[in-house]
Design a protein around this ligand. Structure first.
Ligand code: FAD
Ligand code: NAP
Length: 311
């Protein structure tokens, strides 16, 4: 059980964490980054990333985060494989404990633990994730030009995603488990008036179907929850939009958060309610949730931490 002392502890190894590590290291802060349960973060769940600048031919999500990791290592950020399980922000230096039993003693902390999309939890969903099943229309919608797609969910995100997808897809089927949408009235009207969108009410997906080698989605089995009748829907893509949850369980009661659990940062900064603790990326962003935005906010957090440490 080791004790690690650092001027800057970064929790999380997605685009926000790695960018904070690169900036922190180049500022001479010798940051220590704890990579967490998903090294590389959410981008490792996707195949092609076409909207991260600098990669004109698209880049595989895992490859992209691996390049970020290499860049952080090249500028001498210290990377540790561990999961932070407890934090004490009540006095400085801050004390964080890892699943390994190690203790991290830090003059400042950047939280970059990201968010996780909620999934339906079907085995077949796992099989086609990244091969037709996605949780991000902004990221993957472009691949479905002229194709038929489905969106699962009935909230604002689902409606937003369905409307966004009409820019590319030939048809969008919105599958919702009830007979009325949770989305705002104005959004409901927009989606119901869009000729490309068809809504399947009272319906749940019971299976994602397709070919195996390589995996490719070709359709869904959908069950009407009122009649129990199952039907097949032919689609090339399915977007799960049943909500996200920020990975902030660990910080509950220790930092100010929104009712949904996102860490609150002071507008235009990465500063949280505790001086010396900063937050970057999806963990404090319920709106944009894009890799380039997370990377940008990782940069902001490192600059804020540097200013704090040298004040
Ligand atoms: P994340 O990437 O979520 O990383 C969080 C990190 O925190 C992980 O490394 C995890 O291990 C770590 N962590 C969590 N808990 C702990 C803990 N207790 N201790 C230590 N570490 C911890 N965006 C785009 O711009 N373009 C795309 O094409 C794109 N495609 C996507 C496809 C999918 C399927 C998904 C789910 C998302 C996609 N996104 C895309 C969104 C993008 O991945 C996120 O916006 C971005 O990864 C957020 O970065 P982040 O660093 O804030 O957090
Ligand atoms: P949300 O409001 O919680 O909606 C989630 C939707 O998914 C609900 O319709 C829910 O059904 C459905 N759902 C949940 N679990 C499911 C399951 N296991 N199977 C099938 N369906 C399931 O989440 P969100 O849409 O991501 O929105 C989150 C927050 O961000 C909200 O406050 C929202 O207003 C906000 N937001 C705003 C905008 C905007 O203003 N343009 C855009 C996006 C998000 P039920 O309705 O039956 O519960």
């Amino acid at each position: 059980m080791a004790e690690h002392k650092t001027k800057l502890l970064i929790i999380g190894s997605g685009p926000a964490g790695y960018t904070a590590a690169i900036y922190g290291a180049r500022a001479g802060l010798e940051p220590l980054l704890v990579s967490g349960p998903q090294p590389g973060g959410q981008l490792t769940l996707t195949t092609d990333v076409e909207n991260f600048p600098g990669f004109p031919q698209a880049v595989n999500g895992t490859e992209l985060t691996d390049l970020m990791r290499q860049q952080a290592e090249n500028v001498k950020a210290r990377l540790v494989t561990d999961i932070i399980t407890d934090v004490d922000f009540s006095s400085r230096p801050f004390i964080c404990r890892g699943d390994s039993g190690d203790t991290y003693i830090a003059d400042s902390v950047i939280i970059a633990t990201g968010a996780s999309a909620r999934w339906l939890g079907l085995e077949s969903e796992d099989k086609f994730r990244g091969f037709g099943v996605s949780a991000c229309a902004t990221c993957d919608g472009f691949f479905y030009r002229g194709r038929n797609v489905a969106v699962i969910g009935g909230g604002n995100t689902a409606v937003d995603e369905a409307l966004y997808l009409t820019n590319f897809a030939a048809s969008v089927t919105l599958i919702h488990r009830r007979d009325s949408l949770r989305a705002d009235k104005a959004m409901q009207q927009k989606v119901q008036n869009n000729p490309k969108v068809h809504i399947l009410w009272d319906s749940v997906v019971t299976s994602f179907n397709g070919s195996n080698q390589p995996p490719a989605l070709t359709g869904l089995t959908v069950k009407n929850v009122k009649t129990d009748q199952e039907s097949e829907l032919k689609v090339d893509g399915a977007f799960i939009a049943i909500g996200h949850h920020p990975n902030t369980e660990l910080f509950k009661g220790k930092l100010d958060m929104t009712p949904e659990g996102y860490i609150i940062t002071r507008p235009g900064t990465s500063k949280t309610s505790v001086e010396g603790v900063f937050a970057a990326g999806d963990v404090q962003d319920s709106t944009y949730r894009q890799a380039v935005v997370a990377a940008g906010s990782g940069c902001i957090a490192a600059l804020d931490a540097e200013k704090f440490l040298t004040a």
